[in-house]
Design a protein around this ligand. Structure first.
Ligand SMILES: [Zn+2]
Length: 302
């Protein structure tokens, strides 16, 4: 696959920021810092949003962006704190969230959902894109792969340093982790909430359209002590935004279900679907994304 096509596909994964970053792949890789609290930062550029949580035992880093962005992340974090990165948490298997893992020291603990460990080994093509991105792990001899996994919930550290990992069910993939910093009342959603727009359903990697709204509502219902969500690719969001996004995905899934019951093709559905007025501020979904998602939901329904 040539670079231009790869970049066009990247744009479909997470949004414009990825395409911009990919376009300057051979140039300087700039990690942009947004400080949220004394010891919590969002690091933007080069793929999914990373979060750096500085604890007494080292930096807990959520997601490592695309391949080649691990060292720029390390360099930027070194400007923010003298603490080394002790732990990487990957929210899910996609290349724009795990790609930098191999560039960190081998002693760094890498924590993921158990399904994500398996998916990182399988490195399946992403649904709707028919490619998986560069598999940096194929050449790393296991470096950067998960060293610790969880299934439902896992707590790391305690007190001000505590990090809680949750899996609320299938959605974007089959191994999405929600990462909560309880002392600060923040959480990182990964691409379960990439931003206000049509999510990518990666059925090849265990994702589900039918389950997606329920998973979002499970998270919203459970995380009552979170005030601010760091999203996969957008700005920070409030709990009300998460609830609204669950409604948006639910409305979409219901519309797909109704179209299937009416005997319409996914092409017919995608050409005509628009969200209701309360979602007018959401990014418009491409017809390609609508078709791919509708097909996945058609295939899931009995
Ligand atoms: Zn993703």
């Amino acid at each position: 696959m040539n670079r231009a096509i790869a970049i066009a596909l990247l744009l479909a994964v997470g949004g414009l920021s990825i395409a911009v970053a990919a376009g300057r792949q051979d140039e300087e890789r700039v990690v942009e810092v947004e400080q949220l609290e004394d010891n919590l930062y969002v690091l933007r550029g080069g793929g999914g949003n990373s979060a750096a949580f500085v604890t007494g035992g080292g930096v807990v880093l959520v997601d490592t962006k695309m391949p080649g962005w691990g060292q720029p992340l390390l360099d930027k974090i070194a400007e923010l704190t003298s603490q080394p990165v002790s732990t990487i948490i990957n929210t899910h298997t996609h290349f724009d969230h795990v790609g930098g893992n191999v560039e960190f020291p081998a002693a760094v603990e890498v924590v993921t959902h158990a399904n994500t460990e398996r998916l990182m080994q399988e490195w399946n093509d992403i649904s709707g894109l028919n490619f998986a991105g560069e598999n940096v792990f194929a050449a790393s001899n296991g470096r950067g792969m998960p060293t610790r996994t969880f299934t439902d919930r896992l707590t790391l550290g305690s007190g001000a340093d505590q990090v809680d990992l949750y899996h609320f069910g299938r959605g974007h993939t089959g191994g999405d982790a929600w990462v909560v910093f309880p002392a600060l009342r923040y959480a990182h959603t990964g691409d379960m909430f990439a931003g206000k727009g049509m999510p990518l359903l990666d059925a090849n990697n265990g994702g589900s359209g039918v389950d997606f709204p329920g998973t979002l509502r499970n998270a919203h219902r459970t995380l009552t002590a979170v005030d601010t969500y760091i999203t996969g690719h957008s700005t920070q969001m409030a709990p009300d935004d998460l609830a609204e996004f669950a409604d948006y995905v639910s409305e979409f899934v219901d519309a797909v279900r109704a179209a299937r019951q009416a005997g319409r093709s996914v092409e017919e559905f995608a050409a005509s679907w628009t969200p209701s007025a309360r979602f007018s501020g959401y990014d418009a979904a491409t017809e390609q994304r609508l078709q791919a998602n509708a097909q996945i939901i058609y295939d899931e329904l009995p």
